[in-house]
Design a protein around this ligand. Sequence first.
Ligand SMILES: CCCCCCCCCCCCCCCC(=O)SCCNC(=O)CCNC(=O)[C@H](O)C(C)(C)COP(=O)(O)OP(=O)(O)OC[C@H]1O[C@@H](n2cnc3c(N)ncnc32)[C@H](O)[C@@H]1OP(=O)(O)O
Length: 221
Amino acid sequence: MTDPKQLDRDYDHHGDRSGARGTTRGGFPRFVPAKVGPEYGQLLEALRTVQDLAVSTSLPAEVAEAAAGKARELIELLTPHVVAEGRQTAGRVPRLPGRGSLLLMPWIIEKIDADGVRSRGMFRRFHLGGNSAAHGGTLPLLFDDLFGLIQHAYGRPISRTAYLHIDYRKVTPLNTELIVEGAVDRVEGRKTFINARLTDLDGNLLADCEALMVQLLPGQQ
Ligand SMILES: CCCCCCCCCCCCCCCC(=O)SCCNC(=O)CCNC(=O)[C@H](O)C(C)(C)COP(=O)(O)OP(=O)(O)OC[C@H]1O[C@@H](n2cnc3c(N)ncnc32)[C@H](O)[C@@H]1OP(=O)(O)O
């Protein structure tokens, strides 16, 4: 992983974080890959299935009550292990779906270098909008995280998404393997313009997206 200070001499002067271990005084924590065993991936897959079930069931009261009890047990188990931003495992395991984060789409990075990033995966029941299609709001999440990876792999410093323009070309299906791929289009000073496309495995275009990411100034969060 590139040292962010090599990309941005002012890395430590963005914003004013606590400086706690694993974070910086910059606007973003440093992304240091986390080392985890297979049990972490298994936990995430189980939790994703719980998410799918939470949005796709109609529970009798006694089942909802029993499930709430089990959920509280899980909360008790996990709560003592909360850590500061930058030290959590989620988002720092590039080989796992969604980099090991439940927030992110559970997609796998297939290619990541200065020429662009490609990921493969599925939208699942948890992402349902209506009529068997992915919720329109899930696509910006997929694209935005891809753009973060693209500009990091391109060697650009800390930036924030200024705008993200999506054209929805075709309905995005659930439970169907898809590809999202994008690259830097051009850099103008602090501005990085990035394009990406979401397609099915036959190459049919489902959505395309153009975004502007703006490099943060010293002192900016
Ligand atoms: C170990 C495991 C691997 C990990 C490996 C690491 C990977 C890591 C992945 C992380 C992935 C997360 C990546 C998410 C990134 C977000 O999603 S960030 C969250 C969403 N975005 C935000 O919250 C941004 C909120 N907005 C802002 O903070 C500010 O508006 C901005 C965007 C920083 C710009 O403000 P500013 O610094 O005051 O800049 P400003 O002078 O207004 O504009 C600079 C230039 O940009 C232009 N501009 C600014 N906004 C716009 C706009 N909306 N439209 C057009 N032009 C604009 C201006 O016109 C100006 O152009 P020039 O005059 O220079 O030609």
